[in-house]
Design a protein around this ligand. Structure first.
Ligand SMILES: [Fe+2]
Ligand SMILES: [Fe+2]
Length: 284
């Protein structure tokens, strides 16, 4: 059985205890003897200040696969961020047993001038995020070898809220039709969600640090980070006929969603209760 740990959106630049959170995740990965770890992006700014983060990941004794998040390319071009993360390509695939694991890069926008990779700060009026044409062709080819597939992306492939899920959802979902896509997992939304579309489960992993709330009015913009007590993450077990996702329960430290007026704990299409949901997914 293949077992792996998935976490995302640690945002070390936003939290004072980010490194301890990361060490707790790595400790759990070692205890559980997982085959590999996936980071869903928005790990930390790719600067020397955060080199201890990469040292911890490189020395943890378990292979770590990185997904590009919009804040990993906040101010830097993709080549710089790839070098920092030790990645050769922004999107890539690796295999284990009869599974292929595909890591997409959804940090692109599309305007009349074409498709462009972030830096996050350079967005122009456009559709974003998108999976660009070139990557769609690559994905189509990757899905053509009769394996079982698990797909990772920073942005959701299904969240309909503006600027949360990719704009060209149908293009990607069309490629999944008739292929054995067992699970898609994403970060970016800092909350939890599970949807089943066309027989494919789409699971959103909450943030390993916080729910980021914001309010924009003509007068002012407010942003508040509401911290989860524990570094939320999940462990996934790929069985023959079912997938088990082992999540965790936590709490808020300090401000809660109610304090910022989010009484139903729903935000931009996801559930911001302080947990990573556990579930069992059976083949339909
Ligand atoms: Fe994030
Ligand atoms: Fe993000």
């Amino acid at each position: 059985m293949i077992r792996f740990l998935v976490f995302g959106d640690l945002h070390l630049e936003d939290c004072t205890d980010g490194l301890e959170r990361l060490h707790a995740i790595l400790r759990h990965a070692r205890e559980e003897k997982v085959d590999f770890i996936v980071s869903l992006g928005d790990l930390c700014f790719p600067t020397e200040d955060y080199s201890p983060v990469m040292d911890a990941l490189k020395n943890c004794g378990i292979p770590v696969h990185h997904t590009i998040g919009n804040h990993d390319v906040q101010e830097w071009d993709i080549a710089h961020s790839l070098k920092f993360l030790g990645k050769d390509r922004p999107y890539e695939a690796f295999e284990m047993g009869d599974y292929k694991f595909i890591i997409l890069d959804t940090c692109y926008w599309k305007s009349e001038q074409g498709e462009f990779h972030f830096p996050n700060r350079e967005r122009v009026p456009s559709l974003y995020p998108v999976v660009p044409e070139e990557q769609l062709s690559w994905l189509d080819a990757q899905l053509s070898d009769g394996k079982k597939y698990v797909i990772f992306s920073h942005m959701s492939l299904v969240n309909p809220f503006a600027r949360r899920g990719i704009a060209n959802k149908e293009d990607v979902q069309r490629l999944f039709a008739g292929r054995d896509v067992r699970l898609c997992m994403n970060g970016h939304d800092h909350g939890s969600d599970l949807k089943q579309i066309g027989g494919v489960p789409y699971y959103t992993v909450s943030s390993a640090s916080q729910f980021c709330w914001w309010s924009v009015t003509p007068e002012k913009m407010e942003v508040k980070n509401l911290f989860y007590k524990d570094p939320l993450h999940v462990i996934v077990e790929l069985g023959e006929d079912e997938i088990r996702i082992h999540g965790m329960e936590s709490a808020f430290v300090g401000l809660t969603p109610e304090d910022v007026g989010v009484h139903d704990y729903r935000w931009n299409g996801v559930d911001v209760h302080p947990c990573a949901k556990s579930c069992v997914l059976r083949r339909e």
